[in-house]
Design a protein around this ligand. Structure first.
Ligand code: BMA
Length: 931
């Protein structure tokens, strides 16, 4: 009821909008063709050639088997999308336009057989005036009003650009090549040319909606909108004064003609409190392509937006109307917005911080509405090789898993595509901060004027398009530039370093930074993920940032860390993990489940070293992954094998498919074990001199079925990692820090609540059969852990504490219970967390059969797992293919004679509920069995 009345008020406020003709070109009625190949099939918009060819059975499922390689011909070919004759065009319009929200990538566009334009950037919006073409006699009949878009082969064109005589070159080992070459010359999703977790399809097609727009004399079409909400006086990267009023700056990008004396009105609707406010906007400035105005909103008159776990996601609808001097509405747009400040604080450590024990150097963390918080999350990669089939529903399910996983931030990695609005919308509602990046990564890029101008248009469009979303946390220039590319360059060509560094700055400081700062006062910018942050910030200079690079003072701590070490002895080796202010990437790959494998490869290929499986492992194959030098002696498979062999019982099932499945599972245990150890290490750092305030592991989800770093498989199924990260990202956790060589063991409680919490930690030693051992290390201790802080609750050496007990037959159970208040609420809750330590590698532990029992209660609708005869390590509830289910916990340990009730959520189900009957349970013990 309340909602309806506000909606009615909103509608009344907007009822005067004047009409303009917008004909959507979305839908069927298109044809995809390639005359040389004699192919012509019905097609869609938005789409890509592979999708339409697959729908018409010209090709098989691109994801099946080795189609990654077999379908290279599609990428090497040109494809034409032709519309049906466009009906409903008026000959009285004063102007007619084509608007494309995304063309992937190289096109020649024709309308009525006449050339309209050529495009070369997947990430730009394009609009073209076709008034004179429509007026031409060639366009008189409706049957002639056909739009055709010729897409050139991106790999061919990239190679052709590279071969032009004046094209830039770089030392070869600097540019990371996966499959197709020369991706850095073109503005197309960089991972379309292959990446270490994905295939190389290099798709082509009209991947976003397109429209024909017809306007009358004094009509305009708003093609994009910027809304910037910030505290008065705020500048990007600076700490806003939270007592200042809000400024809402709105800017409409249009084509058409705005009459003299046009103004802007706003309406701000608060659906929760059923209030609406409206009025004229101030300082209206009109150019021939934008109208901009602003309005002040008093502090305290709106509710703030907070990320998940720190408060509510309060959202408002703002409508901006462009009104003529005679007060008729020329155009009107509505966006959902939030009031929040989010800043990346890279300021030097202050005297006050030093006095608190924080190491000197710089800060590098985010602050929401003036509060520090701990960023918990992962890295998002493109969820599909073909974006047109990524639906809102799919991202909704994925983001539910993010929230269930206790994550509040995703780094949307920079060599995919800019996130669609629906993704930001979902993140706004769920409270997921999206650290967003320009699409550049693991390479250096050209800096000729055409390339820079192309990038500038792309960046300004994208910055303006998404700035109103409160989930937008940051703009970063690209991936692994300062911490990898410039370092590789300095090693390969030290004499040329200054030139290449200047080029790096031309693109990432002189081009991308102004694209952000000239459009947004609310969003921070960092040229490279990863970096040591800025060395100075000065808004009186044209480029306010001077990068620190590697001008470091010993004993000081600066920016972010990115950490990969594929020597599996890195597990539990705290001294190997980097000490920094924020960890934006770390990881190790694992295999997907047998259920996922079966959806994309044949039964005969279900072997760890089958060529299909090995060819899907794109991690570090010798000589890179370009199409000519594929080699099956793949490094990635070896690393996973070594990791399992070093730490766990080695699976040796007699049935080859069971053995393959057990191996896949074992690689997931290692992955989860390692990420847990690193997450706890980084989180504990919130209470250490590094004042570490973020952990984003690599990577959230899969693009297909392959060995990768993902925690969520292609269809949404959770690997062990996602469950373990969920556990490790709880607000209050207890965790061991153990040096397996010296036996030094300390246990810490870490909290990311915003007030201190008090509780008790308990320690119980068992043998694997579950007998309590009278080991003389503190059995319980009370603690207080500060706001976003950590505290040590046990310090001992297993060498002495074990009192002669055999380390391979000892496990320590750590339990924590504490009272804590949830941020921005009056809710005080009891938090519980437990953890286990095994002083030797599980490979050499005296595992016993824990006698696992699984039952299902029709009353509660939950499962119960019981360990009847020993300690159960890595308990795993498994379920059949055809459904995607998230258990509320999985991958846990159980003490002997203890049970855990496990609830679940069904994410999708094509088995009609039959998956329930196929649930089974196992633990690490099963890895020792042959069957
Ligand atoms: C980093 C990332 C990605 C890559 C991942 C795994 O390099 O930034 O480019 O996929 O590690 O290797």
């Amino acid at each position: 009821m309340l909602l309806r009345s506000t909606a009615a008020m909103l509608a009344a406020a907007l009822s005067t909008t004047s009409a303009q003709e917008v004909i959507s070109l979305v839908g069927s009625g298109w044809t995809l063709s390639n005359p040389d190949l004699n192919i012509s099939v019905p097609a869609h918009l938005p789409s890509q050639a592979h999708l339409d060819l697959y729908a018409n059975h010209v090709i098989g499922d691109p994801y099946y088997g080795l189609n990654d390689f077999n379908l290279r011909w599609v990428a090497w070919s040109n494809w034409t999308y032709t519309s049906a004759p466009i009906s409903g065009l008026s000959s009285n319009a004063s102007s007619t336009w084509l608007r494309f929200d995304g063309l992937d990538t190289f096109t020649d566009i024709e309308f009525c057989g006449q050339h309209v334009a050529s495009t070369n950037n997947q990430f730009r919006q394009y609009w073209f005036d076709i008034t004179s073409i429509l007026a031409d006699s060639a366009c008189a009949a409706e049957k002639d009003r056909v739009l055709s878009i010729d897409f050139g082969s991106a790999p061919k064109i990239a190679d052709a650009i590279a071969n032009e005589p004046d094209s830039e070159t770089w030392p070869s080992d600097v540019q990371q090549i996966y499959e197709f070459t020369n991706r850095w010359f073109i503005r197309k999703e960089q991972s379309d040319f292959g990446w270490d977790w994905g295939p190389a399809f290099a798709p082509a097609g009209p991947w976003q909606p397109a429209y024909v727009v017809q306007l009358g004399m004094e009509q305009v079409h708003v093609r994009n909108t910027l809304i910037d909400i910030y505290r008065a006086g705020q500048l990007p990267l600076t700490i806003p004064d939270q007592s200042q009023p809000w400024i809402v700056n709105a800017s409409l990008d249009y084509f058409g003609r705005t009459p003299d004396g046009a103004g802007l009105r706003y309406t701000l609707a608060d659906m929760k409190n059923n209030t609406i406010r409206s009025g004229e906007m101030n300082n209206v400035n009109t150019t021939d392509s934008t109208v901009t105005g602003e309005v002040m909103i008093e502090d305290g008159t709106v509710d703030l937006w907070w990320p998940s776990g720190t408060g509510e996601q309060n959202l408002y609808y703002i409508t901006i109307e462009l009104v003529s001097a005679s007060n008729s509405t020329l155009s009107c747009i509505t966006k959902r917005v939030g009031f929040r400040t989010i800043v990346l604080n890279e300021y030097p450590i202050s005297e006050a911080q030093l006095a608190q024990g924080i190491a000197p150097g710089n800060n590098w963390h985010f602050e929401i509405n003036g509060h520090e918080f701990y960023a918990k999350g992962s890295n998002f990669i493109p969820p599909d090789a073909f974006w047109p089939r990524v639906t809102r529903e799919r991202i909704n399910t994925l983001f539910d898993s993010v929230i269930e996983g206790n994550q509040n931030m995703l780094r949307v990695w920079s060599s995919g595509a800019y996130s669609p609005d629906f993704m930001y919308d979902l993140a706004d509602s769920k409270g997921i901060l999206l650290w967003s990046e320009f699409e550049f990564g693991d390479a250096l890029y050209p800096v000729n004027p055409e390339f820079l101008a192309n990038v500038d248009s792309e960046a300004r469009y994208q910055v303006r398009r998404v700035n109103h979303h409160p989930s937008l946390a940051l703009w970063a220039g690209g991936n692994e530039l300062e911490n990898l590319e410039l370092i590789l360059l300095n090693e390969s060509a030290p004499e040329e370093f200054p030139r290449y560094q200047a080029e790096y700055e031309t693109l990432f400081l002189n081009t991308l930074l102004p694209a952000v700062f000239e459009n947004s006062r609310s969003i921070s910018y960092s040229p490279s993920s990863t970096s040591n942050g800025w060395a100075s910030l000065n808004f009186s200079s044209p480029i306010p940032i001077v990068e620190r690079y590697y001008n470091l003072t010993e004993g000081s701590i600066y920016g972010e860390t990115d950490f990969y070490n594929y020597d599996p002895s890195v597990l539990y080796n705290d001294s190997a993990y980097p000490v920094g202010r924020f960890s934006n990437e770390f990881g190790y790959h694992s295999m997907p489940s047998i259920q996922s494998w079966r959806s994309q490869i044949s039964e005969a290929d279900l072997r760890f070293n089958s060529s299909v499986v090995t060819l899907r492992d794109h991690h570090n194959p010798p000589g890179g992954l370009n199409t000519s030098n594929y080699d099956t002696s793949n490094v990635g498979q070896g690393q996973m094998t070594e990791a399992v062999e070093l730490w766990y019982p080695i699976p040796h099932k007699t049935d080859p498919v069971a053995n393959y499945s057990a191996w896949c599972h074992a690689t997931q245990i290692f992955q989860a074990d390692l990420y847990r150890s690193e997450i706890f290490f980084y989180r504990r750092g919130s209470g250490l001199p590094e004042r570490q305030l973020g952990s984003l592991y690599w990577q959230l989800e899969d693009i297909w079925v392959a060995p990768t770093w993902a925690g969520i498989e292609y269809d949404g199924r959770w690997k062990i990692l996602h469950y373990i990260a969920k556990d490790a990202y709880q607000p209050l956790v207890i965790a061991p820090y153990y040096n397996i060589t010296t036996g030094n063991l300390s246990v810490w409680v870490t909290s990311d609540l915003w007030e201190s919490s008090r509780g008790t930690a308990r320690f119980t030693w068992y043998d694997w059969e579950g007998n309590k051992l009278p080991i003389n290390a503190t059995s319980s201790t009370d603690f207080e852990v500060g706001a976003i802080n950590s505290t040590e609750v046990l310090q001992t050496f297993t060498t002495t504490a074990l009192q002669g007990y055999d380390a391979s037959n000892v496990v320590l159970h750590m339990e924590m219970q504490a009272q804590g208040r949830l941020p921005n609420t009056n809710i005080t809750r009891t938090f519980r967390h437990d953890n286990w330590l095994h002083p030797t590698a599980l490979r050499s532990a005296n595992l016993v059969d824990p006698g696992l029992d699984l039952s299902f209660s029709n009353n509660t609708g939950n499962f119960t797992v019981t360990a009847t005869s020993g300690v159960a390590a890595w308990v795993w509830l498994d379920y059949p293919a055809g459904a995607v289910v998230a258990f509320d916990s999985n991958g846990f340990w159980l003490a002997a004679n203890s049970s855990r009730e496990v609830a679940y959520t069904v994410k999708s189900d094509s088995t009609n509920g039959e998956w329930l009957g196929g649930v089974n349970v196992q633990s690490l013990w099963n890895q020792t069995l042959s069957y």
